[in-house]
Design a protein around this ligand. Structure first.
Ligand code: HEM
Ligand SMILES: [Cu+2]
Length: 536
């Protein structure tokens, strides 16, 4: 009888009873694992809201003319959708949830370097989110500028800009604090024997990401502050009537926001670099090349911002310099793809749900990256600028990259996080429906962009009707897939089969502790002698 077996059972981090009770045991916890889950739950809620807004927009676009909402509602929906998805989910997502939970476990530490700062980051995140979202409910109506807050519209519009911009500004501090915390943790708290070249690849990706968070976020912080000053005091940074320049805003915004794209994508690549060797049962091919390309992406990513402004007016030299540099970023990304594919070559693969997510990631990420090359080419960009093509591109990259990696990570590390297993059948069915829906939704938008459908319009001419029907149908399919996936995960957290410590027979340190991990991770700090993916 299982209940008569007496185990020497240390309380795991979920059961542990500290100073506080109930919800306070969570929102005042400085345990990196609980903080990871706080972020996970907050983000799943926000993601569901933003996804529903996206679905409503696609329903509006199922036919020309007004379908379910008017133009102004559409404007505020895409603004809120964009702000939530970008600033509240994909930028902080992977580091905040999986970085927090797994960085200490993967490098053999008991916690991050500054546990209290870590909790404070979550509080700042919630505060920023609350202020940004409050813009919807009071004052002069929901913001309608799009997530980029482009000047001059952002200081002219009568809608409720200040809370949205202030919220985004506050969120920046959360991002910077997490970045500093992770950098110090990796420098100071790696287990004995784990030199840099023995550190697993997800921590490496977090390392590159953290530097971007620390160095680039202040730029957007200042930029957003400038909007506030412009609106409240007519300072004249961006307003030509006051001697300012709206193009300056675009430069400042993208100097942060292009590197931010790599805050989103590097940890995603890190996740894929964990999943692939585990299920291929092979050492990752080209460990060093992956590390170097991670750092190269973090570095070169700073010099390409101008590709967002090819049509805004720049000198010819600036235009082709930015175009060429944009192509350069593709090289380190391609190196990673070659390394993953080489790892899979002649491997005896164990096909499990996380691995399927990684495969789907490879597929959509390639489409996203290649369409990025198309946009990086000057002449094509002039034609495609501000069309549905751009929207398709960045959804393939942001959602296709970060989103797939997020769900891949969730299915990969789920047994460790919750000590239980999800239903694999439903997980795969959910993924199949989601993946089909995803492609049905976004692929037609490449075509729509090429034939000239502009982005950010709630209405269109009859010629665009056909592909839009397909695309809107895809959105419904995709959301059904998501519902299945999330329901399965939520249900299994209570009802799933008990998971063992290392269900995938993986080799990195987080799998050496019990599932779910004990409060302090390691009873004894491990000594590392081997490389992380020593399968053969
Ligand atoms: C890796 C993650 C990426 C994300 C999250 C991302 C996201 C975005 C977003 C949100 C936009 C729309 C900007 C706007 O509102 O005007 C955009 C545009 C653009 N992206 Fe990406 N992107 C990514 C990767 C890439 C790559 C790899 C390339 C090229 C190699 C690229 C090239 C471009 C270009 C040239 C534009 C400008 C399109 C235009 O407005 O004409 N992106 N991207
Ligand atoms: Cu960019």
């Amino acid at each position: 009888m299982s209940d008569t077996v007496i185990q020497n059972h240390e309380p795991n981090y979920l059961e542990y009873k500290g100073r506080y009770k109930g919800i306070f045991a969570w929102i005042f916890s400085t345990d990196h694992k609980r903080i990871g889950l706080l972020y996970l739950y907050s983000m799943l809620v926000l993601f569901s809201i933003a996804a529903i807004l996206g679905l409503l927009m696609k329903i509006e676009l199922i036919a020309p003319g007004r379908t379910i909402m008017d133009a102004q509602t559409y404007n505020s929906f895409f603004t809120l959708h964009g702000i939530t998805m970008i600033f509240l989910i994909v930028v902080p997502g992977l580091p905040a949830v999986f970085g927090n939970f797994f960085l200490p476990l993967m490098i053999g530490a008991k916690d991050v370097a500054f546990p209290k700062l870590n909790l404070l980051s979550w509080w700042i995140y919630i505060l920023g989110a609350a202020i940004a979202l409050s813009a919807q409910f009071f004052g002069d109506g929901p913001p309608d500028t799009g997530w980029t807050f482009y000047a001059p519209y952002s200081f002219r519009t009568g809608t409720n800009m200040l809370p949205a911009v202030t919220g985004a500004f506050i969120l920046g501090f959360s991002s910077i604090a997490t970045g500093i915390n992770f950098i110090v943790t990796m420098h100071r708290m790696r287990a004995p024997g784990m030199d840099w070249m023995k550190m697993p690849l997800f921590p490496w990706a977090l390392y590159g990401t953290s530097w971007i968070q620390v160095l680039a976020t202040p730029i957007v912080g200042v930029t957003l502050l400038m909007i506030v000053l412009e609106r409240t005091m007519q300072i004249g940074f961006f307003d030509p009537a006051l001697g300012g320049d709206p193009i300056l805003y675009q430069h400042l915004f993208w100097i942060y926001s292009h590197p931010a794209v790599y805050i989103m994508i590097l940890p995603a690549m890190g996740v894929i670099s964990e999943i692939i060797p585990t299920f291929a049962r092979k050492t990752i091919f080209g460990y060093k090349a992956i590390v170097i390309s991670t750092l190269a992406i973090a570095f070169v990513g700073y010099f390409v911002w101008g590709h967002h402004m090819f049509t805004s007016g720049m000198s010819g030299t600036a235009l082709y310099t930015f175009s060429i540099l944009t192509f350069l970023v593709a090289i380190p990304s391609a190196i990673k793809i070659f390394n993953w594919v080489a790892t899979l070559h002649k491997a005896s693969i164990d096909i499990q749900t996380p691995f399927l997510w990684a495969l789907c990631f490879l597929f959509v990420f390639m489409i996203g990256g290649l369409s990025g090359m198309v946009l990086g080419a000057l002449s094509a960009n002039v034609h495609l600028h501000d069309t549905a093509f751009v929207v398709a591109h960045f959804h393939f990259i942001v959602f296709g990259g970060t989103g797939y990696a997020f769900f891949g990570a969730l299915h990969y590390w789920y047994p460790k996080m919750f000590g239980r297993m999800y239903d694999k059948g439903w997980a795969n069915i959910g993924l199949a429906i989601f993946f089909t829906g995803f492609n049905t939704l976004y692929l037609p938008m490449f075509y729509l962009g090429m034939i000239g459908m502009p982005r950010r319009y709630y209405d269109y001419v009859e010629e665009f009707h056909g592909p839009n029907i397909v695309s809107s149908f895809g959105a419904m399919l995709m959301i059904s897939g998501l519902v299945i996936i999330i329901t399965n995960l939520v249900r299994s957290a209570r009802k799933g089969e008990i998971a063992e410590a290392d269900p995938w027979k993986s080799k990195t340190l987080e799998w050496t502790v019990a599932s779910p991990p004990p409060l302090e991770n390691f009873a004894e700090i491990p000594v590392v002698t081997k490389r992380p993916y020593d399968y053969e």
